[in-house]
Design a protein around this ligand. Structure first.
Ligand code: PBG
Length: 311
């Protein structure tokens, strides 16, 4: 006697019935870079197929992708001039974009990245002191909430920032604005292309004094648990593909929704292999399935337009 597993693999219809992991359109979050000015669609050389948009070119793009099933975006502001005041200005780049996007597409979920690195002169995510940085981050988060954002996503890795942000949001009566915390964010070399896109390459040193050491696992669980205690509604593991073990453990240990960030370097790597004909495009789908199978509830990825078309 032996079991006939191959009966489940006969044809696509049968395989679909036995499939254990699914990706839905609602699982996908598209990262968007917004720049000042008009009529801009600026290519990012290290990430072919990914662009920085001005608001007027972004809105029709969103409309196109919403018709394919896009339900959520993660917004990054790339200001022309450096200066931290712009990060929390009521009429700043991100705040203006959030207002316009929510007005045009009320049911699109808008998440904003909350960080200083595109605004500081030195390209770091802090201004030197941990706690004063947290106060600034809270101010940025409140300005995004005032613009109508659904979720704020702090990506700086300062200690206590979720506590500061939650308190500031509640003080201003934004009790519906959610926090997606980049809890387990590693000091990864996979962020290289993003830093070109967001103009936030650190001018000196690296981010290893605040982002996590790539060798640590237990510490990621401590970071996640601290963020949940401080008031995070959802937690992020970043990067994704080289950190599937962290996603898996986070899923086993916590009830909060887990978002995995399939980062710029991961996109660039797969995209170039596909473009060069080294790998078949199906590797993209396979990689997204791997992230979900590991335990991610949702995925942030530059592949989202491609994935929506596939779905
Ligand atoms: C900002 C931020 C970074 C990313 C998201 N938010 C860069 C960094 O921390 O250096 C990386 C995203 C990606 O690589 O796609 N702090």
């Amino acid at each position: 006697m032996f079991k006939r597993f191959r009966d489940r693999r006969l044809d696509e219809e049968t395989r679909a019935r036995y499939r254990e992991t699914l990706i839905m359109k609602e699982d996908l979050i598209w990262p968007v870079f917004i720049v000042e000015g008009a009529s801009k669609t600026i290519a990012i050389p290290s990430m072919p197929g990914v662009y920085r948009y001005s608001l007027d070119t972004l809105l029709p793009k969103l409309e196109e992708y919403i018709s394919l099933g896009l339900t959520s975006i993660l917004l990054f502001g790339v200001p022309e001039q450096k200066g931290i005041e712009q990060a929390y200005a009521g009429d700043g780049l991100v705040q203006t974009a959030v207002r316009a996007i929510k007005q045009s597409f009320p049911s699109l979920e808008v998440i904003t990245d909350v960080c200083l690195c595109s605004y500081t002169e030195d390209g770091h995510c802090h201004i030197g002191d941990n706690d004063s940085t947290c106060e600034l981050l809270a101010r940025i988060a409140v300005s995004h909430a005032q613009a109508g954002v659904d979720i704020v996503a702090p990506s700086d890795m300062m200690d206590g920032r979720v506590h500061y942000i939650k308190k500031a949001l509640l003080d201003e009566n934004f009790n519906k604005t959610k926090i997606l915390s980049y809890s387990a964010k590693y000091a990864s070399s996979f962020y290289g292309p993003f830093r070109e896109a967001a103009d936030c390459v650190p001018k000196n040193g690296d981010r290893k004094t605040y982002q996590m050491d790539i060798c640590n696992v237990q510490e990621a669980m401590e970071e996640i648990s601290a963020d949940i205690e401080e008031g995070a509604d959802q937690i992020m593991v970043k990067p994704a593909l080289a950190y599937l073990d962290i996603i898996y453990r986070a899923k086993q240990s916590f009830k909060a929704p887990i978002v995995a960030y399939n980062v710029s370097g991961e996109y660039a790597m797969l995209n170039s292999a596909v473009q060069n004909g080294v790998l078949a495009p199906d590797v993209i789908w396979e990689s997204m399935i791997a992230i979900k199978r590991a335990g991610a509830d949702r995925i942030v990825s530059y592949h989202v337009p491609y994935l929506l078309e596939k779905l």
